[in-house]
Design a protein. Structure first.
Length: 280
């Protein structure tokens, strides 16, 4: 139920959708006091679109997330395992075209062969089911498998977890599959903006990992450069706000131990590796 509610809530509260709703109210509400109020809504929506298009508000919002866990200055010599979170493929488009289709987060997938070569003895798990309400049977894991095969990857090295629907389930289901042991070293690969919430969840379930962020969306050059690109501004703002909402929701649900997990915040009180945990 919480999965479906989260999807519906985000559809109603995404920044672009809210601005569009204000604009529609302004265009179609008429008559007396209602007309004056509708005009204010239309003006507010137009101003909102202008701010997002011209000022780097989306980039600043995204940058705060992406810089929370910087890329490690040096990777360990030995790694026992690598966890790669889904969100890098378009399984619905793949079902239509018959070939692996990736999205803007494709770097999550593309980095697997490189890390596999660097750590030939490391276990690897790709965790991605379906986060879609309308197409729950189209899973990410089979698409990732096909894409990695096309890249020449030895698929025998990769465990594919294809039932998870969100980051919380990524952590739980991957832990149950891989059974990490105390003292092992694991890398966690996901988009940089997604890393704070992901690290918070993995800490909470008792799986210490090293952040390996990829897929930077807001490079430094975007932060101080006014532009006129509504599409990019809305995309960055929507993605970052979605992540902030997720951080708050997961903290309220008890799925993380802090509101904004950072590299200086250790794991506290979560279940140990392999412990049975029920989804709240």
């Amino acid at each position: 139920m919480s999965f479906a509610l989260s999807k519906i809530f985000w559809t109603l509260t995404a920044p672009g959708n809210l601005l569009l709703l204000f604009l529609l109210v302004g265009l179609f509400a008429t008559g007396g006091f209602r007309a004056r109020r509708s005009l204010r809504c239309a003006r507010a929506a137009a101003l909102g679109f202008l701010i997002v298009a011209v000022l780097p508000v989306g980039a600043w919002s995204m940058r705060a997330l992406e810089q929370r866990f910087p890329a490690p200055a040096a990777l360990p010599d030995h790694v026992d395992g690598i966890i790669v979170l889904g969100g890098s493929v378009d399984q619905v488009a793949t079902a239509e075209t018959g070939q692996p289709e990736v999205n803007a987060a494709a770097e999550r997938l593309m980095v697997i062969p490189e890390l596999a070569r660097r750590y030939p003895d490391a276990r690897i798990v790709f965790s991605g089911g379906s986060g879609e309400l309308r197409d729950p049977d189209e899973k990410e894991a089979p698409v990732a498998r096909a894409a990695l095969e096309e890249m020449g990857m030895d698929i025998g090295r990769v465990t594919f977890e294809g039932q998870s629907r969100n980051t919380w389930e990524n952590a739980l289901f991957s832990r149950d599959l891989m059974r990490p042991q105390p003292g092992q070293t694991w890398l966690l690969v996901t988009s940089a903006f997604h890393m704070p919430r992901s690290m918070g969840i993995f800490r909470h379930v008792g799986w210490p990992v090293i952040a390996y962020p990829v897929d930077i969306r807001a490079p430094r050059t975007l932060l101080y450069r006014p532009d006129f690109d509504l599409l990019r501004g809305l995309e960055l703002l929507s993605q970052s706000v979605h992540e902030y909402v997720g951080l708050v929701a997961y903290r309220l649900l008890g799925r993380t131990d802090s509101l904004f997990p950072g590299p200086d915040l250790p794991a506290t009180g979560g279940p140990g590796p392999g412990a049975a945990t029920k989804t709240p």
